[in-house]
Design a protein around this ligand. Sequence first.
Ligand SMILES: [Zn+2]
Length: 191
Amino acid sequence: MLAAPGVPSVGSVRKTEGRAERIRELLDEVARLHEQCGRLLGGNVRPGVGKIAKKPPAAAPFNIEAAEARSKIQSFLIQWARVVVVQRRVSAPRCEVSGLAAFLGTHAAWMAEHPSAGDVPDRLASLAAHARYAAFPEERPQSIGRCVEPDCGGRLLRRTEPAQIECSRDPGHVWRSHQWLDLRRRIGQRP
Ligand SMILES: [Zn+2]
């Protein structure tokens, strides 16, 4: 069946909807992680605690990674909010990240079709990954030595989310948690 000129096909509409949904999810995620990183910086630790502490809490060590992750998230969202405001002639949201993310979420379908927004999901995913590692350093991938596959030369990295061990060089070299015993045996046999 031929689509009428200018009318998007059902397939392309579905694809756009899928992209828009992905953008919305990632916006929620970066907004949540932005807040979590903010707690690390001591900005609003334990809000609502009314008792006066006997001694002032020790100053949180300044977490540069968390601060950087937050500022990168905010600049990226501001950059896209500007594009939306100028091109769609709508009023600008406030510059807080939660407000920016909510604003962009309402324009996600438009962004999903924007010719310059092809890398937006990847950029948001990368911002989320950096913020997640800053907020939860224990989730950072841990190196556990050389890859066991012959002639690979990559490094094995253990991730908690998803729980798997993967190779830094070949994405096909990946072991899910139920394969770890087998992998451990192979690591033991390594020359
Ligand atoms: Zn490998």
